[in-house]
Structure formats: structure tokens, C-alpha cells
Design a protein around this ligand. Structure first.
Ligand SMILES: [Zn+2]
Length: 270
């Protein structure tokens, strides 16, 4: 099964590459078929095998010999690795014993959303946007899946959408009021956390925001120290939120419990 997870991860990663290139450019993701972005040459099926084709072609287009970015096979490998990790840490437990169709569907959609954090992050870093096709589609998918018994209920899903998106909207609004700067929080970030809320409920979405904000602050301070980045440099928040959601889903409960018992121990003498 972990081999199956790796293989589907490679194929999914190859599809993510299409999303990463086409979504920010407003191109259709189904037509025209894959082509070289430099000479327009149609890519033959054997040139479209994840990772392997890149190695066989020596990282060059078979037509114009233009170099193909190493990013693409790396995204395929990374998606495969993330899929295997999700199989062991997230999906496997659900698939032991009797597997109900509705629960397994819900878990697979949740896993797909977690994997979508990969193309979302790359697009946000390159273009400072999170396409609606990634966020809004997942809000709708989360709400649809909530009607299947086994995962979050429709009410939990709606509260998750309003809570996850709403809190981030509020933080952004406070940010503009306090720092008197233009839009601090992008609409894409808000829709992303609404999607996390739709799929996992409000608790995970809020934890995701907190973990994401912590990661973002640490990275931001680090960058300001070492690269002398100016304080008003634009930092895409999506990748930190994406990582925050992963941490919240896989370890959120454990971290919160550990934190609470730590606070309890410190507060005990008083
Ligand atoms: Zn070419």
C-alpha cells in the first residue's frame, strides 16, 4: 500500500506541475495537452512519466533542448514522499478493520487537500496568489463530504468555514487598522483557512492559523536578521498556513495537550 501511495503521489505531483504552471496564467488545466513551455512542442506520453522522463531526457526538451527546471521532478518526488507520509500517519488508521465508504471518501478528500498545500505553496511563493480553483473548490468539497456520515458534520463544516476564514479576516483587518498598511491578509489566505475549516472543523483550522503564524514569524524574523530583509517586504503567507495545517492535523492535539500540561505544571505552585 505504501508503494501505491508513492506511485499515486508521483502521478499527482505531475498533475500539480500542470496546476503550478497553468493556474496563475489563467490557462485551462485540461486543454491544450502538455506542451513544452518554450517551443510549444507536444509532449509525447513517454516524455511525461514523472521523474523518469526528466532523467531520460537529461533535463532538456526533446525538441528545442531548452532546459527543464529541476523544480518539476522535485515536486513529483516531494508529493510522492508526502503521500507516503500521509499514508502512514493519517490514512492507514482509517483503513484498518471494516472500511466504511463514506469515511474513506472523507479521509481521502482530506488527504488530497493536505497534498494540495504543495502546489498552493509554490504558486503563492512565485505569484503571491492562491488560486480559487485550489481554495474554493476545497471549501465546496469539504462541505459536500460533510454530508457523508463518519467525518465532520455539515454544521461543524459550516462553523469551520466561517470560523477559519473569519478569524483570519479579522486578523487581517486588525493588521490594516494597527499598521495602517494596505491589505495585510490576502483573500486567498482567508479562503484557504475556510477550506481547512470545511474539511477538518474549526479546531484544526484555528490551530493551523496559530502554527502557521508562529512559523511565519520565526521565518520572517530569521530572514530580517540574516538577509537584512526590509520589514515591509512582501512575504507569502500561504506556505506557512499550509505547513500549519499539516502540523495541526497530524500533531495538533498532542501539541496542545503537552502545552496545557506544561502550563499546569508551571502554574501548580501558585
Ligand atoms: Zn521545447
Amino acid at each position: 500500500m505504501s508503494l501505491l501511495a508513492a506511485l499515486s503521489g508521483l502521478i499527482l505531483g505531475s498533475f500539480f506541475n500542470v496546476l503550478i504552471w497553468r493556474l496563475p496564467r489563467g490557462e485551462s488545466i485540461v486543454a491544450p495537452p502538455s506542451h513544452c513551455t518554450s517551443c510549444g512542442r507536444k509532449i509525447k506520453p513517454w516524455e511525461n512519466i514523472p521523474v523518469l522522463s526528466y532523467i531520460l531526457l537529461g533535463g532538456k526538451c526533446a525538441g528545442c533542448k531548452e532546459k527543464i527546471s529541476i523544480i518539476y521532478p522535485l515536486i513529483e518526488l516531494f508529493t510522492a514522499a508526502a503521500s507516503v507520509a500521509l499514508w502512514f500517519l493519517f490514512i492507514k488508521n482509517t483503513f484498518t478493520g471494516t472500511v466504511s465508504f463514506s469515511l474513506s471518501t472523507a479521509v481521502l478528500v482530506q488527504a488530497l487537500f493536505l497534498l494540495m498545500m504543495i502546489p498552493m505553496s509554490v504558486i503563492d511563493i512565485r505569484h503571491y496568489i492562491i488560486p480559487d480553483l485550489l481554495s474554493v473548490t476545497m471549501i465546496i468539497a469539504g462541505l459536500a463530504v460533510s454530508f457523508l456520515p463518519g467525518s465532520t458534520t455539515p454544521i461543524q463544516s459550516i462553523i469551520g468555514i466561517l470560523g477559519g476564514g473569519g478569524i483570519l479576516y479579522l486578523i487581517g483587518w486588525l493588521g490594516t487598522v494597527i499598521f495602517k498598511k494596505g491589505e495585510a491578509m490576502g483573500g486567498g489566505d482567508i479562503k484557504l483557512m475556510a477550506a481547512a475549516g470545511a474539511l477538518f472543523g474549526i479546531e484544526i483550522s484555528l490551530m493551523g492559523i496559530i502554527f502557521g503564524a508562529l512559523l511565519g514569524s520565526v521565518a520572517g524574523i530569521g530572514m530580517m536578521c540574516f538577509k537584512k530583509l526590509s520589514a515591509d517586504h512582501r512575504i507569502p503567507f500561504g506556505p506557512y498556513l499550509g505547513a500549519g495545517i499539516w502540523i495541526a492535523v497530524l500533531a495538533g492535539r498532542t501539541i496542545v495537550d503537552a502545552y496545557l500540561s506544561f502550563v499546569e505544571r508551571i502554574a501548580a505552585p501558585f
